[in-house]
Write a protein that binds this ligand. Structure first.
Ligand code: ADP
Ligand code: MG
Length: 323
């Protein structure tokens, strides 16, 4: 964007807020961040494009929340403490009502996690949002995807599937009751990143990932990078009442196990950590469920209650082998 006054006004009006935990925030050529000795700097970025990652008519406040939430979720998956965010926003026109609502969704969540917006970029074009998040994790202690070992338990936080069920409903692949859709779609619009859980899992989990692309696919990433396989028991997967009503149908089951957008954490841990992980549930007020085991080999197998492989999406479970 040419440096018209409008752009500076827009930034000043919607995005320039005091950056509590930065040496210098929005306004100069760079932000300045004071990084703590003995910590690794954790950095991640995610782009959301209209029509690909969200429905074009989405409420801008939800979008503001989600653009930051998906990045906080990456921090959670590494066990990192998020401190700083950058926001690159491309908008088709300057709509102050829209920008104000977007900023509210963004900053409400940022304040909840003490994250400062320290800079970004503002351009004109098809609606797209890129957030970069930065944080710290004690040197060497980050949760990686590569540490899972045969015999480890596989855990998942919260319950999964609602966001993908809402998407499947929107695409006509299945039909949710109106009240169910209204509830499920909030999981899609306003996911709550498991930041405290991620930090609490440092030193306990051997590997972790946040579920953005679907449980089986994301667990497949852990398997590929750890050089192991995984067996998941369908009946153990934690479901909402809504998801429980649809798990018997092919479309419902596919949404739950392969749909994504939950932003829950999937992690692995040795069996002798069960008690301490159970304790975390009460400490953090989040459900943690063991859904299966890491094994030698490769790929993710999904087993039904009869112990037989369950097909997903009309294909064999090895669709998710991640090879
Ligand atoms: P430059 O020409 O150096 O790229 P800009 O005019 O793009 O500077 O930005 C001016 C200041 O405003 C910079 O500090 C930049 O980080 C910040 N900024 C621009 N857009 C945003 C945004 N959407 N959110 C937060 N900060 C922003
Ligand atoms: Mg710029």
């Amino acid at each position: 964007m040419t440096k018209a006054n409008g752009e500076f006004d827009l930034i000043a009006r919607h995005f320039a807020r005091p950056a509590a935990n930065a040496v210098l925030g929005v306004g100069d050529d760079c932000a300045l961040l004071n990084v703590t000795n003995g910590m690794d700097l954790a950095v991640s970025t995610d782009t959301m494009v209209s029509g690909t990652h969200f429905f074009p008519e989405v409420d801008p406040e939800h979008l503001g929340h989600k653009s930051l939430a998906v990045n906080l979720s990456d921090m959670a998956a590494m066990g990192a403490m998020p401190y700083w965010a950058m926001l690159a926003i491309t908008v088709p026109s300057v709509d102050h009502a829209w920008l104000g609502a977007f900023a509210k969704g963004f900053f409400d969540l940022a304040e909840e996690f003490n994250v400062s917006l320290v800079g970004g970029d503002t351009t004109r074009g098809p609606l797209s949002l890129t957030v970069t998040i930065m944080g710290e994790v004690p040197a060497g202690a980050a949760l990686r995807r590569s540490g899972a070992k045969a015999g480890n338990d596989i855990w998942v936080s919260g319950h999964i599937g609602d966001a993908a069920l809402a998407v499947a409903h929107r695409h006509g692949r299945l039909k949710l009751e109106e009240a169910d859709y209204n509830e499920a779609v909030m999981r899609l619009y306003e996911p709550m990143p498991r930041v405290q859980l991620g930090q609490a899992l440092r030193g306990q989990a051997t590997a972790a990932i946040d579920i953005s692309d679907g449980l089986l696919g994301d667990l497949g990433h852990i398997c590929r990078l750890s050089g192991v396989g995984a067996t998941v028991e369908l009946a153990r997967i934690p479901l909402s009442d809504i998801a429980a009503r649809h798990i018997e149908s092919d479309a419902g089951r596919t949404a739950v196990v392969a749909g994504g957008d939950d932003y829950e954490l999937c992690f692995t841990a040795p069996a002798n950590s069960r008690e301490s992980i159970d304790d975390l549930q009460n400490m953090l007020g989040v459900h943690l469920t063991r859904i299966g085991q890491i094994r030698r080999g490769k790929g993710v197998s999904l087993l039904g209650p009869d112990g037989k492989a369950v097909k997903v999406d009309g294909r064999g479970y090895d669709h998710f082998s991640g090879a």
